[in-house]
Write a protein that binds this ligand. Structure first.
Ligand SMILES: NC(=O)CCC(=O)C(=O)O
Length: 266
């Protein structure tokens, strides 16, 4: 399986429409890949909080249309990263989209853990509630977004639902790049799964982005890592490695569920 992660530079001097056209062209250039992955909130930038409301779209808005067409033109599975979605009830969500090679919608995932504590995304957007997996030829994807990477229980839930390849679009800042690399490898090792983590480059809202998109195998080895700038990171994966790793080192079978709380807390 050939995967291409497009690490887009998200700078605020590029209008959203131009970036959308530019990204669609980049996706078309990946014809021959099986799966193409884009980052989180690449129309606005993950830290451009003031833009979320202005740029929010209905699920089947301009980004959906452009990405569905780009997927079918290229003939690839396209994880189109995420966009600020406006639900018909007015709530905003950070929503990821997956398209099949014929441009049909295959999955939509609303980010569960919103970043910002008491500001930014955490107060501007609603929280998703549903785990999302999607079956592709040869592997099952588990979808998560950026800050979700810090919450291992979400990934365990995805693995329990059959995920073998964890796809994580992100807009991760340079300031916490060490966490990004460490957590991507940790999620791969503990879940014995591939991790495809696609970040952004550039600077928006004064926040320099880390870049360094990364692909990790089920043993925790880094198969490929991007640099800091805009880049297409292409890697060939053997999906059978997930089953082989889980069979040869069956740690997932040794999980102990339903542990008791410490006595002092009861
Ligand atoms: N967009 C995000 O979710 C940012 C997450 C982040 O900066 C962090 O977890 O650190």
């Amino acid at each position: 399986m050939r995967a291409s992660l497009i690490q887009i530079a998200v700078d605020e001097d590029e209008p959203v429409d131009s970036r959308r056209r530019r990204v669609a062209a980049l996706v078309r250039e990946q014809s021959g890949a099986d799966l193409v992955v884009l980052p989180e909130l690449w129309t606005t930038g993950a830290f451009a909080f003031e833009e979320f409301g202005r740029a929010a779209e209905p699920l089947e808005g301009p980004t959906y249309e452009a990405m569905a067409k780009a997927a079918s033109d290229a003939g690839v599975w396209l994880h189109a990263g995420s966009l600020p979605e406006r639900d018909p009830d007015g709530t905003l969500y950070n929503t990821s989209l997956l398209f099949s090679p014929s441009g049909e919608p295959a999955a939509a995932y609303r980010k569960i853990h919103r970043f910002g504590f008491d500001k930014g995304e955490a107060v501007l957007m609603g929280a998703g509630r549903d785990l999302v997996t999607a079956r592709l030829p040869g592997t099952t994807l588990g979808l998560a977004t950026c800050y979700d990477l810090r919450f291992p229980e979400l990934f365990r839930g995805l693995v329990d639902a059959g995920a073998e390849t964890l796809v994580i679009p992100a807009g991760w800042p340079e300031r916490r790049r060490a966490h990004w690399t460490l957590l991507a490898r940790a999620r791969a090792v503990e879940n014995q799964a591939f991790v495809l983590a696609c970040g952004t480059a550039g600077t928006h809202a004064g926040v320099p982005q880390a870049g360094h998109s990364i692909v990790v195998d089920p043993w925790g080895e880094v198969l490929a890592e991007a640099g800091p700038g805009e880049e297409v990171l292409t890697v060939d994966l053997d999906p059978a490695k997930v089953g082989a790793t889980r069979e040869q080192f069956p740690a997932l079978k040794d999980r102990v569920l339903g542990l008791e709380a410490p006595r002092s807390l009861r």
